[in-house]
Write a protein that binds this ligand. Structure first.
Ligand SMILES: Nc1ncnc2c1ncn2[C@@H]1O[C@H](COP(=O)(O)OP(=O)(O)OP(=O)(O)O)[C@@H](O)[C@H]1O
Length: 243
């Protein structure tokens, strides 16, 4: 049964270029909230601290909070990009990740080849994957660029391809960053229906956004992060309009 469980989850990012003792001293002397020295004497950013939550099947969760609160870091951790330095994380279900435009794409392969690979990964036959690539590729509107290497794509073209690839996956756990909803207008008008289906078919949605209209439209629950910690977690109406 798809679910997400986090217990006292923590993520640190070591800042490697902090070797100079005077610089380290200056940074730490200001008693910063999120910068500290770890056991190996490195200065680290505490990106996420002591997060505990459980997300069940059927929940549509918004991650909200100011710049640097930890939303994207949490999404990437759920996607398996970052390894927690402490705590426990369990993500059960097939993950679809719309977080980083180029994640999961082979830059040297063409758009079409990437879509076929995604189909094969999902367990489709080669013929099915090829047929899927024709259909999904046509939808992406990449035209002739579907058959050139992804490394030559513009940022917007990568967004189109990652969207096309996500629709192939039919993910159970859909992880999405808000940039994804802000693709070019013409494409998003066309993609909206597919996106709605993707979200509705997923068992769990976790969406990081600054747009409260999007939260109200798409989500049932909101988790507010502040400086790497959870400061509120509950139904959207309660978290957005605290008493
Ligand atoms: N690769 C990295 N190396 C070092 N620090 C990082 C790295 N990625 C994120 N951080 C730090 O982790 C913290 C959380 O960043 P994150 O990008 O998750 O915030 P966010 O809530 O998504 O912000 P925004 O709304 O601005 O996108 C910030 O203090 C940031 O400086």
């Amino acid at each position: 049964m798809p679910h997400i469980l986090a217990e006292s989850l923590a993520i640190d990012f070591p800042l490697y270029h902090m070797g100079a003792r005077s610089l380290k001293k200056r940074i730490l002397s200001k008693a910063p909230l999120r910068l500290r020295e770890d056991a190996s004497h490195r200065v680290v950013v505490s990106a996420l601290r002591d997060l505990s939550f459980r997300i069940e099947r059927g929940e549509r969760v918004a991650l909200i909070g100011h710049n640097g609160a930890g939303k994207t870091t949490l999404l990437r951790t759920l996607a398996g990009v970052y390894e927690p330095v402490a705590g426990r994380l369990e993500v059960a279900g097939l993950i679809g990740s719309l977080i980083d435009p180029s994640a999961g794409m082979d830059q040297e392969s063409t758009g079409r080849e990437n879509i076929v690979l995604r189909g094969l990964f999902r367990g489709l036959s080669e013929a099915e994957s090829t047929a899927m690539a024709d259909e999904v590729g046509a939808f992406s509107g990449l035209g002739e660029f579907l058959d050139v290497p992804v490394r030559t794509y513009s940022a917007g073209m990568q967004v189109r391809l990652s969207f096309a690839m996500a629709t192939v996956m039919e993910p159970e756990v859909l992880l999405m960053d808000e940039w994804f909803l802000a693709g070019d207008a013409a494409f998003m008008a066309k993609a909206r229906e597919k996106l709605t289906r993707l979200v509705n078919d997923a068992d769990i949605l976790v969406l990081a956004t600054h747009d409260m209209e999007v939260v109200r439209e798409w989500c049932t629950r909101a988790i507010r992060l502040d400086a790497g910690r959870i400061v509120a977690d509950g139904p959207v109406a309660e978290v957005l309009e605290p008493a």
